[in-house]
Design a protein around this ligand. Structure first.
Ligand code: PTT
Ligand code: SF4
Length: 610
């Protein structure tokens, strides 16, 4: 079958063995690639209950049929594993030249298993795979490591690597590429570190097989042109995701002081216009004509690449209204390999815990000097940093009080930068995201702000599911960036056309929704198999702060969520998905989605409803 390479590279670091395996075309058609393929491999191959930081966890790096081909923003890869932060399925999406090189080297995915005794990195050049000592690289930051590796292997390679945070198994360490691309929020960097794997370097020299190259190039050219013609294109090129700071503040969703509030008095000092004043260049992922990585000079005179999430979480959420200083914290996170969203949550949580005297450390809101120190302490697990490296859920369990209510996480993964005191649909999106509280699967907030903040309707639930099907299903399995579609309105039909020209397989949007639902139910089955009888619908609840503590400032002062009404939305959500009242896929649903084997296995762990 064209469109896929049909091959996986399997590398066992304990045994230092490398082999390639063919992937069944049936599996590719059922799961497509990226997240779909990764979830299928993890379900099939992981023993339930394995320690995510043990040799028995597997790190999956998976492309899809659009990855690396000519087409808008197709330079993306999915990284996945059992998460050390949540204990469930975890993945992330990273823009990197490694995506293009992986496909050109002749693979659709890499499975890394086992653990090396000593630090190593992997060098892949088409069929040749070397496991090389990384003794001289261990301990170095991600920027320096990438520079050194490129000195050895040349610039024409793709690089995925970890920093000290991943080496020290910080539970929200990520995988970094190209000095500012980061993927794998649920601790995928820690998984890599636990395998003593510092980096993966890939060089591919072949053509990516496609079904109809001429039609593919024609469709891609039209799509690129539509992107450039979008009315918002020029403004996007100026501010990228940073424009969201102003929007979020206006709509009272800008996370402020650990999500107590949705407005920040100093938002102007960290918004897209402040960023423009400090911007010196922009960069981005391969094959993209709307590059959104805005690079500014930080308060220490270094370069730092800013996105909305980074600035909201390391700015307003910790009470810091100084863009240059926020940029320093962001640069450190990139160099050390820490997820900025969880990091901003942890710092905000620590500041609140200090204020409430639940920890001895004194950390004031907006205290940049202390925050900077803590970022380093977390990455190296020094002093209180060792506790903070565990993520808000585990810290709350340790320090007690009612802190679990304001540990802003779902299933252990910290929430992204949208406050939900007055956004029930967005709260549901966080609650039901397949990796814990991340906005990537259903950024429903902009639709919700346009259509009504305070109602808890079935329509909202349907919208969340529609977005999950498109964002979490289509984009995460084709593996392409979703921003051309969301931000500049590129039509979804383009992706179906690109898929057809790449693979020769025709699919309607509806067909694709079925695949998305299959992947969602499979991931849910993975979670349930891990948690067994401990699984309950409460796992899908957002943080209690949003239900119990109203906003005290801004135009929506007094707003908070209603738990009974949220529960009603959750029931509708389960009903539409074909899951039971516990949020567990029904046997009939699994069978309808062609997951009969999954149903059989899952039944060994929990009683399935019909
Ligand atoms: C993503 C999450 C996001 S989502 C942001 S900013 W965003 C944060 N970025 C971080 C960073 O940078 N450095 C760091 N050390 N940690 C960071 N953590 C946070 O990680 C990212 C873009 C963005 S920028 C978004 S929305 C879109 N996300 C996509 C997605 O998830 N899927 C997809 N098919 N396309 C997407 N396009 C956009 O990609 P995670 P990236 Mg990222 C500095 O990885 O784990 O999914 O978390 O990959 O290459 O950096 O691109 O306002
Ligand atoms: Fe990467 Fe941004 Fe382009 Fe998406 S829009 S591919 S995140 S540079």
């Amino acid at each position: 079958m064209k469109g896929w390479n049909g091959r996986i590279l399997r590398i066992n670091l304990s045994e230092r063995k490398v082999r390639t395996q063919n992937i069944d075309s049936e599996v590719l058609l059922k799961f497509i690639g990226g997240r779909g393929l990764a979830a299928k491999i993890l379900w099939d191959e992981l023993e339930p209950g394995v320690d995510p930081l043990s040799p028995y966890n597997k790190l999956i790096i998976a492309a899809g049929p659009l990855t690396g081909i000519v087409g808008p923003s197709t330079g993306k890869l999915v990284v996945a594993a059992k998460s050390p932060l949540t204990g469930g399925y975890g993945d992330g999406n990273i823009g990197t030249m490694a995506s293009v090189h992986l496909r050109k080297a002749g693979y659709d995915a890499i499975i890394i298993e086992g653990t090396s005794r000593k630090p190593v990195y992997i060098y892949i050049e088409d069929e040749a795979v070397d496991i090389i000592s990384a003794e001289g690289l261990w301990g170095r930051d991600t920027f320096e490591t990438e520079r050194l590796l490129k000195e050895i292997h040349g610039k024409d390679v793709g690089v995925l690597l970890i920093g000290p945070a991943g080496e020290n198994r910080v539970r929200y360490a990520t995988i970094i590429s190209q000095e500012g691309r980061s993927g794998g929020r649920p601790g995928l960097g820690a998984v890599m570190g636990s395998k003593k794997l510092k980096a993966i370097i890939i060089r591919g020299t072949k053509d990516i097989p496609v079904h109809d190259k001429a039609e593919l190039v024609k469709t891609a050219a039209q799509a690129y042109s539509d992107i450039k013609k979008a009315p918002q294109y020029d403004f996007w090129m100026r501010q990228g995701t940073m424009a969201t700071i102003e929007w979020s503040n206006e709509n009272s969703v800008l996370p402020t002081t650990n999500f107590r509030e949705g407005v920040f008095d100093y938002y102007r000092l960290i918004d897209g216009y402040s960023m423009e004043a400090a911007k010196i260049t922009q960069r981005g992922c391969p094959n993209c004509n709307m590059t959104c990585g805005n690079v500014v000079i930080d308060a220490e005179g270094d370069l730092s690449e800013l996105d909305y999430e980074n600035v909201a979480m390391l700015g307003s959420n910790i009470g810091l209204g100084h863009l240059g200083k926020v940029a320093v914290l962001n640069k450190l996170a990139d160099k050390l390999g820490l997820d900025t969203i969880s990091l901003g949550n942890v710092l905000g949580f620590a500041m609140e815990a200090s204020e409430k005297k639940l920890i001895d450390e004194r950390i004031e809101w907006g205290d940049y000097k202390k925050a900077r120190e803590l970022v380093l302490d977390i990455a190296y697990r020094r002093g209180i940093g060792d506790l903070l490296a565990e993520g808000t859920k585990r810290i709350a369990e340790k320090i007690g009080g009612n802190s679990i209510e304001w540990a802003m996480q779902v299933k252990g993964l910290e929430v992204s930068a949208y406050d939900c005191h007055a956004a029930p649909a967005m709260a549901l999106a966080y609650g039901t995201s397949p990796i814990g509280a991340h906005h990537k699967d259903a950024w429903v907030i902009s639709w919700e702000v346009r259509t009504g903040r305070f109602d808890y309707t079935r329509e909202k639930v349907e919208k969340v599911i529609e977005l999950q099907r498109i964002r979490g299903g289509i984009f995460e399995t084709l593996v392409a960036c979703r921003l051309p579609w969301i931000e500049l309105g590129l039509k979804l039909e383009y992706y179906m056309k690109l898929f057809k020209h790449a693979t020769g397989v025709s699919m309607t949007l509806q067909d694709y929704y079925t695949i998305a639902d299959r992947v969602y139910s499979l991931i849910r089955a993975f979670w349930v198999r891990e948690y067994k009888e401990q699984w309950s619908r409460k796992m899908d609840y957002p943080p209690m702060r949003w239900f119990k503590e109203p906003l005290t400032k801004g135009p929506l002062k007094g707003a908070k969520l209603d738990l009974d009404k949220y529960d009603q939305m959750l029931s509708w959500y389960y009903e539409i998905r074909g899951w039971d009242e516990r949020g567990i896929p029904r046997k009939s649903t699994l069978e309808k989605l062609g997951l009969n084997d999954v149903a059989k296995t899952l039944e060994k762990y929990v009683k399935l409803s019909q």
